[in-house]
Design a protein around this ligand. Structure first.
Ligand code: PDD
Length: 293
């Protein structure tokens, strides 16, 4: 399956595996009208789900937080995702899955009782970040975090993230690191944030201001296992400006080095030693996970 015929991809919609071209959602779906839903993005390596339990738990937390009933059991989720993976030729994929509150004819902010959630999932080839990007790192700017106070929920309502990404692009940057109204770093527009100072890794603690990233969790585990100091601590913009290294992390980009911040080089201006170690250990860890399955 190449790019040209991606529309021949098979998607999962409400109990059925169907060609993407045939997948249709009602205009009255509350996901469409209200952004009333939650989602997950799960990486797949060598046709195997990576950190499935953790992603499923976060999905359940998101559903619970917005009072949408989990429509499937754990084993039904697993079967759904594995079936979707099998239907596509790519070894490495990333699955997008979304659950909305469902269809409601009469528009009302208050959800009607007994709605049937809409469940949608599809998969894409997962390409590693290009080597030249890992060699040079990316450029980011800091922006005021204009989102709501429930950023720990993986909600489909991503308009502020889209606007901040556009603002970053307009300023010639690849992405933005977000600063809360209290002057603290929260995360990236679709990633968690890390900085390194004198060999110690810092990342903001989990809170309602950021998503508890699964990649972030893996990085913490790796740092602990290899004796690299990592502290969850509030990070001010002033601290970020003095960082030796900055990285972003997500399921699709893994640990991504940031080498320019607001037009100034970060540390040496090149991806540096701590990131290189973490990146190497991350890949080793992925291999270990594949072998134990
Ligand atoms: N986003 N913070 C935000 C706001 C995110 O959207 C993401 C991931 C993360 C990192 O989480 P994880 O390591 O579990 O992927 C943090 C996904 C990839 C997306 O929206 O496409």
């Amino acid at each position: 399956m190449n790019h040209a015929n991606q529309l021949e991809q098979i998607v999962y919609l409400n109990g059925h595996f169907i060609p993407m071209v045939d997948s249709k959602i009602s205009t009255q779906d509350r996901g469409f009208l209200f952004g009333d839903g939650v989602y997950e993005v799960i990486p797949v390596y060598d046709s195997k789900l990576f950190r499935f339990k953790e992603h499923l738990q976060r999905l359940k937390n998101s559903l619970n937080a917005v009072s949408i009933q989990n429509p499937l059991s754990d084993s039904e989720w697993l079967t759904l995702l594995n079936t979707l993976i099998e239907k596509h030729p790519w070894k490495d994929q990333y699955i997008y899955l979304q659950v909305t509150r469902g269809i409601q004819i009469q528009r009302d902010h208050l959800p009607a009782e007994g709605l049937t959630p809409t469940v949608y999932a599809y998969t894409n080839p997962l390409k590693p970040v290009a080597p030249h990007i890992l060699e040079s790192g990316i450029k980011v700017i800091t922006l005021e975090d204009i989102r709501w106070l429930k950023c720990d929920i993986k909600a489909i309502t991503l308009l502020p993230n889209v606007m901040m990404k556009l603002a970053a692009k307009a300023q010639g940057a690849d992405d933005a690191i977000l600063v809360s109204r209290e002057g603290l770093i929260t995360e990236g527009t679709a990633s968690n944030a890390f900085m390194v100072k004198e060999g110690t890794i810092f990342t903001p603690p989990n809170s309602n201001k950021l998503l508890p990233g699964i990649t972030r969790q893996v990085i913490e585990r790796i740092a602990n296992a290899h004796g690299i100091p990592l502290i969850e601590q509030d990070i001010t913009e002033a601290m970020l400006n003095e960082a030796d290294e900055i990285w972003l992390s997500s399921s699709t980009k893994e640990a991504l080095p940031v080498t320019m911040l607001n037009g100034n080089p970060v540390g040496t201006g090149k991806p540096s030693a701590v990131w290189q170690n973490i990146n190497r250990f991350y890949h080793q860890y992925k291999q270990e996970c594949l072998q134990t399955k």
